[in-house]
Design a protein around this ligand. Structure first.
Ligand SMILES: NC(=O)C1=CN([C@@H]2O[C@H](COP(=O)(O)OP(=O)(O)OC[C@H]3O[C@@H](n4cnc5c(N)ncnc54)[C@H](O)[C@@H]3O)[C@@H](O)[C@H]2O)C=CC1
Ligand SMILES: O=C(O)CCC(=O)C(=O)O
Length: 457
């Protein structure tokens, strides 16, 4: 008996809802994880309607359950001799297409829900890059703010003393994320080498250039986000040239998103940190931001001491009230809610590119899509960082180093290809222009096919 398209869609929708309900029940109070799962699941209904084989082999049930979630104690001693205990995490979510790959986040908000949402997203993002990397993520509820260099070193060494049991160049390859940059990766690499012996350069990415790091990795996520938005704009007959841009955050992703947007002729008028935001009508002076954040490790409020014509405002969400053509949320999850999205639309925003992971709530995404704002979802738009991490792994394996220009050209190609894959999948499954659906489907299909080929594991 043949069934109608409508009936197929209903069967697929029921399946997705049933699996989602099970996930909510099995992972209570993990709101960020539920949010990430819901966004993907809703996008996949047309895939299950067209290819019931994925339902029959329980792909959704399997892909949403981590292969492994490791939690561990991280004891360390501060400069005054006081003992502290933090909690460490590593989620090894999916290894269907390659070793687990994804960053480590040190932030007091880190918990199982945050790590699982990030690890889950990483599966599809990594698949979109076209490189052989599975999905993983980790971190700790350790707060690096205000800690001395020695405290950071003692903490990261303690963290790696446990983590090193579970990672390796062909097994699981961590890197940085919020609160983890070149300094922390360096200390972790040293501790891994000390415990495990040998010189396994490919066990971590984001390393310093003098000991196996790749040129272009520091810039990759920010540059990649701008390359992705450039493709969206190009298709709409527009560009960065002469546009006004707002970028949230002032860390790794923000800094290099600002740098690339400026180099393409945009005026970036605002950036922020977790304390507040700076509005500079003359255009943000990036050298000042780098000095404050990368050298002095101080608050962004210092900016107005150097540039008194600029304004500093307390609080995180106010930045979205600044009129702009292009918004690049590059700070953290759920930083744009429905209200902020409506404000951006009312002020004429044309494009949004997500440099951070899940920076827009589901309601905010809906606002952008229904108002025909060009919307580059995180999994696609910020995939440049992990893509260049995979290039770092490749260079480590080959024991050679590519030039900055070579890496940047590869990054550019990868971002263009991700954009094309998302556009094509959106068209094929009946959602033209919806890059959320397109990226989710394109990322899913490769992993799902690999899982099918490898049997029920
Ligand atoms: N570093 C990387 O290669 C990649 C990072 N990401 C994502 O990009 C985002 C930023 O990460 P990084 O730049 O690496 O971290 P980072 O630690 O270098 O910078 C984070 C920035 O966000 C600010 N921030 C934190 N909470 C905030 C809030 N509530 N409001 C405003 N600003 C806030 C911090 O003050 C800091 O300036 C995160 O969502 C991360 O998961 C995504 C892909 C790759
Ligand atoms: O380069 C990496 O492996 C980390 C990238 C990452 O954590 C991310 O894409 O969110």
């Amino acid at each position: 008996m043949t069934i109608s398209t409508e009936e197929r869609n209903q069967v697929a929708k029921n399946y997705v809802e049933e699996v989602f309900a099970t996930i909510q029940k099995r992972n209570p109070n993990e709101n960020e994880f539920h949010q990430a799962v819901k966004e993907i699941f809703d996008s996949l209904v047309p895939v299950f309607a067209k290819h019931p084989k994925y339902m029959e082999s329980g792909i959704l049930e399997r892909i949403s359950e981590p292969e492994r979630l490791i939690t561990f104690r991280v004891p360390w001693v501060d400069d005054n001799g006081k003992v502290h205990v933090n909690r460490g995490f590593r989620v090894q979510f999916n290894s269907a297409i390659g070793p687990y790959k994804g960053g480590l986040r040190f932030h007091p908000s880190v918990n199982a829900s945050i790590i699982k949402f990030l690890g889950f997203e990483q599966i599809f993002k990594n698949s979109l890059t076209g490189q052989p990397i599975g999905g993983g993520k980790g971190g700790s509820d350790f707060d690096p703010k205000g800690k001395s260099d020695n405290e950071i070193m003692r903490f990261t060494q303690s963290f790696m003393t446990e983590l090193c049991k579970y990672i390796g160049p062909d097994a699981d390859v961590p890197a940085g994320d919020i609160g983890v940059g070149a300094r922390e990766v360096g200390y972790m690499f040293g501790q891994y080498k000390r415990i495990r012996g040998g010189y396994e350069a490919g066990v971590l990415t984001g390393k310093g250039l003098g000991y196996g790091g790749s040129l272009g990795r520091t810039e990759a996520t920010g540059y990649g986000t701008v390359y992705f938005v450039q493709e969206m704009l190009k298709d709409a007959g527009s560009s960065f040239e002469g546009s006004t841009v707002v970028v949230s955050g002032s860390g790794n992703v923000s800094t290099y998103a600002i740098e690339k947007a400026q180099s393409l002729g945009a005026k970036v008028v605002a950036c922020s940190d977790s304390g507040g935001y700076v509005y500079d009508p003359n255009g943000i002076n990036l050298a000042t931001v780098k000095q404050i954040k990368e050298v002095e490790r101080k608050r962004i409020s210092e900016y107005v001491n150097v540039h008194p014509h600029a304004e500093y405002h307390e609080g995180c969400t106010g930045i979205w009230s600044i009129p702009c053509d292009i918004a690049l949320p590059c700070a953290t999850q759920n930083e744009i809610n429905e209200e902020s999205a409506k404000l951006l639309v009312a002020n004429g925003v044309k494009a949004v590119g997500e440099g951070a992971n899940m920076p827009s709530t589901l309601e905010a995404i809906e606002v952008f899509l229904t108002n025909s704002v060009l919307f580059g979802p995180a999994k696609a738009a910020n995939a440049g960082g992990v893509a260049v991490s995979a290039l770092e792994m490749a260079q480590n394996s080959m024991r050679l180093a590519w030039t900055f220009e070579e890496v940047d050209a590869k990054l550019h190609d990868i971002m263009v290809n991700i954009y094309k894959s998302a556009v094509n999948a959106a068209n094929e499954y009946g959602y033209p222009g919806n890059l959320v659906v397109g990226a989710n489907i394109a990322g899913f299909l490769k992993v799902a096919d690999a899982m099918m080929a490898q049997g029920v594991i």
